[in-house]
Ligand binder design. Structure first.
Ligand code: SF4
Ligand code: SF4
Length: 372
C-alpha cells in the first residue's frame, strides 16, 4: 500500500528550537518498546507505567508532576542523544485520517521567528522512518472512515470535505468578526442543513455583551482542568511557563519553575478581559491560522467525531462550520486573555502569542483518526 502523504502545512516553514523554551518537556514523553532497554538498564527509576490514553511506558516527571525528570535547571536535556522518539518528533505531529498529514505544532516558539531546519525535509524524514506503522494505522483508519461515510450517507447528512473547505476558505476574513462567528454558531445549531457559510450582509443584530459572555464561557471551558498540572501552559517570549487554570469563574494565573514548583501571579476576573479583534497584520496572522486549521485533517476528524458522538443527527456541514467558528472564537478569547496579561493588543505579535498559547490544545480534541 503506497502512502498518501500531505505535508503542505510545512511548505515554506523552518524552525530552530528555542533553548530557553522547554515547553515540549512538559508533555510526558512516551517510551517506545525498542527504547525501553536503554531506560531499564540506565535509568530504571525514571520510567513509569501509564494507563491513559492506552497502557504505555513514559518518562517520569519531577516529583510525579511538572516537567520531565531529565530536564535540568537551565532547560537542558540530560539524555539529549538518547531522548525518546516522542521528543525528537516535536514540533511535528503525524495525523492519520484518510491519508497521512504532517502538522507543525504552532505552540512551538521555534517555528515562528525564523529557523535553520527546513520543516519539509525533517517532516519527510519522519514519515520515511515511520512508514510501516503509518501504513498499518492508515489501513485501520480507512476502515473507520468508510464506516463513518456509510453512516452519514444512510442518515442523509453527508458532505464532501473539499466542498466544506472551499466554502469556508472563501469566508475566512469574515471570521475575524465575533458577530459573524455568533451568526455561524447559531445557524450551525439549527436543524436545517447549511448550504454554505452566510453572507456578511445578512447578519442579525447581536447583543455585544451576550456575545462576550458566550466567548468567555467557551474560553473558560477550554482552560478548565483537574488540577494545575493538567492546565494549559503558555510559554512567553522570556521562556516563563505561565499556567492558566479556570476555577470558580476566575482564571488562576500561576507560573511553574524548572523544578515544577508553582507560584501564584494573580487571579484574573475574566469579565475584565475585553474580547479584542485582530488588527493590521494581526488579521493576516489570524486568517492564516484559520486557513491552516481548515486544511488540517485532524480538524475534520474532530468534526466527524462530534457527528458520530451526536448519533448522526446533525448535518456534517453544520458540525464542521460550527466547530471551526467555535475554534475561532476560542482563539480570539484566549488571545485577548494573553494580550490582557501582557498589556498588549492583537497586532501581529499579539496574535502570534495567542496562537502559541492555543494551538497545542487542539491535540487534545478527540477525532476519528489518530496521531502517531
Ligand atoms: S516547544 Fe519548540 S522551541 Fe520549545 S523546546 Fe520544544 S521544540 Fe524547542
Ligand atoms: S527526555 Fe529530554 S527532550 Fe525529552 S522531555 Fe525529557 S528533557 Fe525533554
Amino acid at each position: 500500500m503506497d502512502l498518501d502523504v500531505d505535508m503542505s502545512e510545512l511548505e515554506g516553514r523552518a524552525f530552530t528550537c528555542d533553548d530557553k523554551c522547554g515547553l515540549c518537556c512538559l508533555c510526558q514523553a512516551e517510551v517506545l518498546p525498542h527504547e525501553l532497554p536503554f531506560f531499564k538498564k540506565n535509568h530504571p527509576d525514571r520510567i513509569v507505567i501509564k494507563n491513559e490514553p492506552h497502557r504505555h511506558v513514559a518518562l517520569a516527571l519531577k516529583n510525579g508532576e511538572g516537567p520531565c525528570s531529565f530536564l535540568s535547571s537551565g532547560r537542558r536535556c540530560q539524555i539529549y542523544a538518547k531522548r525518546p522518539h516522542y521528543c525528537r518528533q516535536f514540533p511535528f505531529h503525524m495525523y492519520v485520517g484518510t491519508r497521512v498529514q504532517v502538522e507543525l505544532d504552532l505552540s512551538c516558539r521555534g517555528v515562528w521567528y525564523g529557523g535553520t531546519e527546513d520543516a519539509l525535509v525533517v517532516g519527510g524524514q519522519m514519515v520515511s522512518e515511520h512508514a510501516e506503522v503509518l501504513r498499518r494505522t492508515l489501513q485501520q483508519s480507512l476502515a473507520v472512515h468508510r464506516e463513518f461515510e456509510d453512516n452519514c450517507a444512510e442518515a442523509g447528512i453527508a458532505r464532501a470535505p473539499e466542498a466544506l473547505r472551499r466554502s469556508l476558505d472563501q469566508h475566512l476574513p469574515d471570521l475575524v468578526d465575533p458577530l459573524y462567528l455568533a451568526h455561524v454558531l447559531d445557524l450551525s445549531a439549527e436543524e436545517e442543513e447549511m448550504e454554505a457559510l452566510p453572507a456578511t450582509s445578512s447578519l442579525p443584530a447581536y447583543d455585544r455583551r451576550e456575545l462576550e459572555a458566550s466567548a468567555r464561557e467557551t474560553g473558560l471551558e477550554s482552560l478548565s482542568a483537574e488540577d494545575v498540572f493538567s492546565a494549559p501552559v503558555y510559554c512567553d517570549p522570556s521562556g516563563t511557563w505561565n499556567v492558566l487554570l479556570a476555577r470558580d469563574d476566575r482564571v488562576e494565573w500561576t507560573v511553574m519553575d524548572d523544578d515544577g514548583k508553582i507560584s501564584p501571579v494573580r487571579s484574573i476576573d475574566p469579565r475584565k478581559v475585553e474580547l479584542l479583534q485582530p488588527e493590521g497584520p494581526g488579521r493576516e496572522v489570524f486568517v492564516d491560522y484559520l486557513r491552516t486549521l481548515n486544511r488540517r485533517d485532524s480538524m475534520l476528524g474532530y468534526a466527524y467525531y462530534l457527528v458520530d458522538d451526536y448519533g448522526y443527527e446533525d448535518p456534517v456541514a453544520n458540525t464542521y462550520y460550527g466547530a471551526m467558528a467555535a475554534a475561532a472564537l476560542d482563539l480570539l478569547w484566549r488571545s485577548s486573555l494573553i494580550a490582557h496579561m501582557r498589556g498588549g493588543k492583537l497586532d501581529r505579535e499579539g496574535m502570534i502569542e495567542g496562537i502559541i498559547a492555543y494551538d497545542m490544545d487542539r491535540l487534545d480534541a478527540p477525532t476519528i483518526g489518530a496521531f502517531i
